[in-house]
Design a protein around this ligand. Structure first.
Ligand code: C2E
Ligand code: CA
Ligand code: CA
Length: 448
């Protein structure tokens, strides 16, 4: 490191300039069969260096560090500083991922030895995210995002390096970028709740609806809940989203209960929430604001969430049950419940995961599993909801098996609040309005 000169030319202090260099490299690469490698390297120990030596030394060190990395590479490769402690490293010619791995290993090997800062020998910890053009990205911006996403994965998993893979991004946006956008989702009114009706198979009437969150971001566009809910859980934003959904759902429930007092609304509670005792007070507050009878609310909690820390979940579920909420174990069959816990848990219902229901009309194994779950639930005096019903045959089989409640595209897809109201009034599963019956009765009483 001492041998390297303070050559600022190799270090461009801006992401925009890095993109321009990358863009030019991509353009000149188009006439060849070769690929380009892009590493984003983060100096993880910068804070320690700043604390020990001061910011001035820390800053000087970063300039030298960039030059040092450049000295390990070919002259055509470029090292560009793209953030306080981040460098983009463009490897101009790579043949495949193994070839890029050689460059990564060379960097890591050289950083396995201490570097000299002032008169001290210091080990510098780094994490590296790697992506390859054109395999992973079509243009410069996307290329940088892929390497960023890979870096995020390396850090999250505690590894020194990670290669980009498709699951690390959605529409080219990394989990980190999605998580940042989620920050403004509530304030920017980007969230909505849809409602998917559930039908009472015995009475052949709609009896409840499950609230399902939807998010359309001004930059990313529509992001499915399977993508953003896990990100919200990891980044600690799930509590705000849950409180938002509980309030919207309770408001809607209050409105519907005026006409259909027995109609139930189901809200999904995520795993992360179940380990935070604060949730009890927050739910109680929402219940008071919207004058909600907890008996008319079903809280759906996934089996895996309950089983990740059964003792802790048990306490919170017991509190929620004592308040009067109905509790349903969601995605049942996928989370390795122990029967001992099932007996103790204060739940009212098992909700069979759609993976067993979708094909049960043609797959004998799925049919056997569904029947076994229904019998198990009934032996514990629990009711059963099946989700993922896509055809008449499945509906008929579940009715014959004694399943109480059905939900699926065959009945209805998730819909808006206005559509739900119309569905309750006008669908083949319609529910007589208690208000109207009440008024009719009053008219009859007056007439007699
Ligand atoms: P989930 O709780 O298991 O919700 C049921 C999912 O199955 C919904 O997907 C629903 O649209 C889908 N579905 C229902 N019937 C059928 C069917 O017949 N066929 C098929 N193929 N799919 C069906 P969605 O809305 O995409 O939600 C996915 C997951 O995201 C939910 O799975 C839940 O885990 C999570 N999620 C959605 N909204 C919320 C929320 O407000 N809070 C939390 N914590 N999680 C939510
Ligand atoms: Ca659910
Ligand atoms: Ca489910």
């Amino acid at each position: 490191m001492e041998n390297t000169s303070d050559n600022d030319d190799v270090i461009i202090r801006s992401r925009a300039q890095a993109l321009e260099v990358l863009h030019n490299d991509i353009r000149s690469n188009k006439s060849t069969d070769n690929s380009i490698g892009l590493l984003v390297l983060k100096v993880m120990s910068l804070r320690d260096i700043n604390t020990i030596f001061g910011y001035k030394t820390g800053d000087k060190f970063l300039i030298k560090f960039g030059t040092f990395i450049q000295s390990l590479l070919l002259a055509e490769d470029k090292v560009i500083r793209v953030g306080d402690n981040e460098f983009a490293i463009i490897i101009k010619t790579v043949f495949n991922s193994n070839h890029l791995l050689l460059a990564i290993n060379k960097i890591l090997k050289n950083l396995a030895r201490p570097l000299q800062i002032e008169n001290e020998q210091v080990y510098v910890k780094v994490s590296i995210g790697a992506a390859i053009y054109p395999e992973h990205a079509g243009h410069a911006e996307q290329f940088l995002m892929c390497s960023d996403a890979a870096l995020g994965k390396a850090i999250e998993e505690g590894n020194k390096h990670a290669f980009y893979s498709k699951q690390d991004t959605f529409n080219g946006y990394s989990n980190l970028a999605i998580s940042k956008e989620l920050d403004g989702a509530i304030d920017n009114c980007e969230l909505t709740l849809l409602y998917q009706p559930k039908v009472d198979l015995l009475r052949q009437r709609v009896c409840s609806a499950e609230c399902l969150m939807r998010w359309t971001n001004h930059k990313i566009g529509f992001v499915p809940p399977d993508i953003f809910i896990p990100i919200a859980e990891k980044s600690g934003r799930i509590m705000d989203l849950t409180i938002w959904s509980l309030n919207v759902a309770f408001k809607q429930a209050q409105y519907l209960h005026k006409q259909w007092p027995d109609f139930q609304i189901a809200v999904n509670l995520s795993a992360a929430i179940l380990h935070d005792p604060e949730i009890i007070q927050l739910i109680k507050r929402a219940m008071i604001i919207w004058s909600i009878n907890p008996n008319k609310i079903i809280l759906e909690v996934t089996e895996s969430a309950m089983m990740s820390d059964p003792e802790r979940s048990f306490e919170i579920l017991q509190d929620l049950s004592n308040i009067g909420f109905n509790l349903s174990i969601d995605d049942f069959g996928t989370g390795h419940s122990s029967l001992a816990y099932l007996k103790r848990l204060p739940v009212d219902e098992l909700k069979i995961d759609k993976s067993f229901v979708l094909e049960m009309a043609t797959d004998i194994d799925d049919k056997t599993i569904v029947l076994a779950i229904i019998e198990l639930a009934h032996s514990f005096k629990l009711k059963v909801t099946a989700e993922g019903i896509e055809n008449t045959e499945t509906m008929g089989m579940l009715t014959a098996m004694g399943c109480e409640t059905a939900q699926g595209f065959h009945i209805a897809k998730p819909m808006t609040d206005k559509e739900l109201e119309k569905f309750i009034q006008e669908s083949e599963w319609s529910l007589p309005s208690d208000t109207r019956d009440h008024i009719k009765q009053e008219i009859l009483d007056v007439g007699s």
